[in-house]
Design a protein around this ligand. Structure first.
Ligand SMILES: Nc1nc2c(ncn2[C@@H]2O[C@H](COP(=O)(O)OP(=O)(O)OP(=O)(O)O)[C@@H](O)[C@H]2O)c(=O)[nH]1
Ligand SMILES: [Mg+2]
Length: 422
């Protein structure tokens, strides 16, 4: 028994802070070694499944959620890490890529944690670039950009409480009386073929309740809407067995009750063992002097019995209180936190280069990140990038494509002039 709740949200992790260029300064030492520190790491976006959140409604107001960036290093002081954002989502939320529709993670259990966007690494300070030929590197690395993911959140709400009973018992009428749901009601059997779901409010609390297709004798063998019923009832936690206490066809309410119970048991023992309340419905039709004897006939079943009327609203509040009490009693203890491993981003070093009109375009995750993290205003940093690109074979490829000094090269969002320093 589900209904869908959806939201499209863009999440962004923080970018890393830039590394610093700095040198030891000591008395009597004209120029010390490089000691520029690294930038801080950007914050992650972490999703957590929580029972405290029931719907995705709040995301309609916050279409983008971003973690904090890391701060830049200053001299020999490391940058501060950005704060991560923890986003609470209702248990049962499926997180999909908004473009491809592919499922990224299915938050099926309470306290599941998933790192959706990793924060960018802080850029290296100049102390990292010391080598035998470069003892006083005068450049540092910029921070790694954060990740950005547009996702679709899809929540399938499951009913906590299911209304079961023979066709015409008044399940849909009862649902309409205790929730804002407006299911079809009819004086013929099998009016309900697809369950309806509503929110029942009891004081300050609420739970989800659904009417289920009517059960008849032989339902467990596939008669009536038996199998539809089974599919829907399995995930509810508490059942209210609605009994027409004053059937127009003159049948015996107790016998009717037993028929349904028998079918439940034939479906599955686990189903039959769910906590259950008996609701003797259509109380408005029962002559007052018949009420006592009727109640007495249901007492031997050992389940809580409530006399109600979906039509007049009589007895419904106590019924809901009892349902909530049973729900609380079946509440499983909070499970441990479960970390869902984020697929390790493969260090994808593949790249490709081609002409696009009058400019050279290089694409590839690693190359793009390298360029984004280079301070292009710094000649030394540029030379360092150039050497790395050379080692990857990118420069040679650009030459082979006919690149000349000064031609525009585009890598990711960044443009620079080709220079064949060598
Ligand atoms: N007098 C009276 N009639 C009721 C009450 N509840 C339901 N009815 C009537 O009983 C008939 C069946 O009601 P539904 O709510 O459609 O019953 P249902 O159990 O959902 O039936 P299915 O969906 O077919 O399984 C309708 O004609 C209702 O108006 C009640 O409390 N009092
Ligand atoms: Mg119905």
């Amino acid at each position: 028994v589900t209904f869908l709740d959806e939201a499209v949200v863009e999440f962004r992790s923080g970018s890393g802070g830039s590394g610093a260029v700095s040198f030891h300064r000591e008395k009597h030492v004209p120029r010390g070694g490089p000691n520029g520190e690294d930038g801080g790491r950007g914050g992650d976006v972490v999703l957590v499944a929580s029972r405290a959140v029931r719907t995705l409604a709040e995301f309609a107001l916050t279409p983008t959620i971003a973690a904090e960036p890391g701060t830049h290093a200053t001299g020999n002081k490391r940058g501060r890490n950005g704060r991560s954002v923890t986003v609470k989502l209702p248990v049962g939320t499926v997180v999909q890529d908004a473009e491809s529709g592919e499922t990224i993670v299915d938050l099926v259990r309470e306290n599941m944690r998933f790192v959706l966007c990793r924060g960018g690494r802080g850029g290296h300070g100049n102390r990292h670039y010391v080598s035998s030929v470069r003892q006083a590197p005068n450049f540092a690395e910029k921070g790694e950009p954060g990740e950005r993911r547009r996702v679709k959140l899809v929540l399938k709400l499951l009913a906590d409480v299911g209304l079961i009973g023979l066709p015409n018992a008044g399940k849909s009428t009862l649902l309409a009386a205790v929730t804002a749901a407006r299911p079809k009601v009819g004086d013929y059997p099998f009016t309900t073929t697809v369950p309806n779901l509503g929110v029942a409010t009891v004081g300050e609390r609420s739970f989800l309740i659904a009417d289920l297709p009517g059960l008849i004798e032989g339902a467990s063998q596939g008669h009536g809407l038996g199998h539809t019923f089974l599919r829907h009832v399995e995930r509810t936690r508490v059942l209210i067995h609605v009994v027409d206490a004053w059937p127009l066809d003159g049948s015996d309410p107790v016998a009717n009750y037993e028929t349904v119970e028998q079918e439940l048991l034939s479906f599955s023992k686990a189903l039959w063992e769910k906590p259950r309340i008996i609701a003797l419905n259509k109380a408005d039709l029962i002559p007052p002097n018949e009420l006592g004897p009727l109640r007495a006939k249901f007492a031997p079943f050992g389940r809580p019995v409530f006399v109600v009327s979906g039509a007049t609203g009589q007895g419904l509040q106590p019924l809901l209180f009892e349902a909530l009490a049973l729900l609380d009693a079946t509440e499983s203890p909070e499970p441990e936190e479960i970390e869902v491993p984020t697929e390790r981003r493969k260090p994808d070093a593949s790249w490709e280069a081609h002409w696009e009109k009058d400019r050279l375009v290089v694409t590839g995750p690693k190359v793009e990140r390298m360029v984004a993290m280079t301070n292009l205003d710094n000649r030394e940093a540029l030379r360092y990038l150039h050497r790395r690109l050379e080692r990857m074979g990118v420069i040679e490829k650009l030459r082979a494509l006919g690149a000349k000094e000064g031609d525009t090269v585009t890598v990711g969002d960044i443009e620079f002039a080709f220079t064949d320093l060598a």
